[in-house]
Design a protein. Structure first.
Length: 208
C-alpha cells in the first residue's frame, strides 16, 4: 500500500521535481527527455512523477508559472523601494537583471520556450499576467511623475524588448568587453528615455 504523504512532503517533492525539470528543460528542450528520465534524475520509480503531474507539458507549465511568480515578486520588491519614480525604476532594473543572471535557466524557460495550449494552465496564465504588469508599473509611475510622456503599456514593452535583448546577448556570451552589458543597457535606456521625455518631445522641429 502506497505511503500517505503529508502536505509538506507533497510540496517538497513537487519542488524537487520542478527544480530537476527546470535543469532538464533548459539543457535539452521540451522534447528531448522523457518522464522516465526525469524520474531517474530524481531517483524515484518511473510512475512517481505521474502522481503529481498529468504529463510533461503540465510540469513545464508549473515550472514556468513558478519562475514567472518569483520574477514578479522580485520586480514588485524593486517597485516598493522607497524614493521617487526614478529610484523605483532603477530598483526594478536591478531586480530584473538580478533574476535573469541569478536564474538563467528559469529565465530562458520563461521567455525562450513556449508550449502549446498555454491557456489551459490557469496558474501559468495568472503568473505571466502578473509578471507583465510589473514591467509596466514603473513606466506608469514615471509618466505620472512627469518624467516621461506616452503610452506606458507600449513604452513598457519597448524598454522590456531592449533589456531582454541585452540579457540574451549577455547570456550567450556575445557582448564584447568594450561594450559590456551595463554599457549597452544604460546607453539604450538613455536613448529611449530621451525620446520619451516630456520636454524633449515638445521641442519644435527645425524644418530648415
Amino acid at each position: 500500500m502506497p505511503k500517505v504523504l503529508t502536505e509538506a512532503e507533497v510540496a517538497g517533492f513537487r519542488d524537487r521535481l520542478c527544480e530537476a525539470a527546470t535543469r532538464m528543460f533548459a539543457a535539452r528542450g521540451r522534447e528531448a527527455f522523457t518522464m522516465r528520465e526525469l524520474a531517474s534524475e530524481l531517483g524515484v520509480s518511473a510512475m512517481t512523477p505521474y502522481r503529481y503531474f498529468r504529463d510533461k507539458d503540465e510540469i513545464l507549465a508549473a515550472v514556468r508559472a513558478r519562475a514567472f511568480t518569483r520574477f514578479a515578486e522580485a520586480l514588485e520588491a524593486g517597485m516598493a523601494t522607497p524614493g521617487d519614480a526614478l529610484t523605483k525604476a532603477a530598483a526594478v532594473f536591478e531586480a530584473y537583471v538580478g533574476f535573469a543572471f541569478g536564474e538563467p535557466a528559469s529565465y530562458r524557460l520563461m521567455f525562450d520556450l513556449s508550449q502549446p495550449n498555454e491557456d489551459d494552465y490557469p496558474e501559468l496564465v495568472e503568473a505571466t499576467k502578473r509578471a507583465r504588469a510589473t514591467m509596466t508599473d514603473y513606466v506608469r509611475a514615471l509618466v505620472e511623475a512627469g518624467v516621461l510622456e506616452g503610452d506606458p503599456d507600449l513604452m513598457g514593452y519597448v524598454f522590456w524588448a531592449s533589456l531582454h535583448g541585452a540579457v540574451v546577448l549577455q547570456l550567450a556570451g556575445k557582448l564584447p568587453p568594450q561594450y559590456d552589458f551595463r554599457t549597452i543597457t544604460l546607453e539604450s535606456f538613455r536613448a529611449l528615455s530621451q525620446s520619451y521625455r516630456r520636454d524633449f518631445r515638445k521641442q519644435p522641429t527645425n524644418s530648415g
